[in-house]
Design a protein around this ligand. Structure first.
Ligand SMILES: [Mg+2]
Length: 123
């Protein structure tokens, strides 16, 4: 069991991920953008962060950079819709460059998420 901070601007995705993780006996805290994510990380000191990348106010890449500066051992899984279909820029490779342990392209399955958690948490 781990304490996990979910950061995503889409409420349905936060809810879905929370349910998945709680069902696997994890403790969950949620934030809706990078700024709130940083605040809740400081306050809650989670074991791991699962973060979206494209968000208002403060995006995921900026949040990762700030957290990494203060917490070099940060454990983080980046999730994003990526580019392609919408023509939006794919930020996932950038997330990896700035220190994400794993990157998952939305939509992803529970097993992909479990595998990524296992890799980050080392259990
Ligand atoms: Mg988003």
């Amino acid at each position: 069991m781990a304490k996990i901070l979910i950061v995503d601007d889409e409420a349905p995705l936060r809810t879905m991920l929370s349910h998945m993780l709680i069902a696997d006996n994890h403790e969950v805290i949620v934030a809706e953008d990078g700024g709130q994510g940083i605040k809740l990380y400081h306050e809650g000191m989670p074991d791991l962060v699962i973060s979206d990348l494209v968000m208002p106010n403060k995006n995921g890449i900026d949040m990762i950079l700030e957290l990494k500066r203060d917490y070099p051992d940060l454990r983080l899984i980046a999730i994003s819709g990526g580019g392609g279909i919408t023509g939006a820029f794919d930020y996932l490779p950038t997330a990896k460059l700035v220190g994400a342990d794993s990157i998952l392209k939305k939509p992803f399955g529970i097993q992909e998420l479990r595998d990524a958690l296992k890799k980050s948490l080392g259990n």
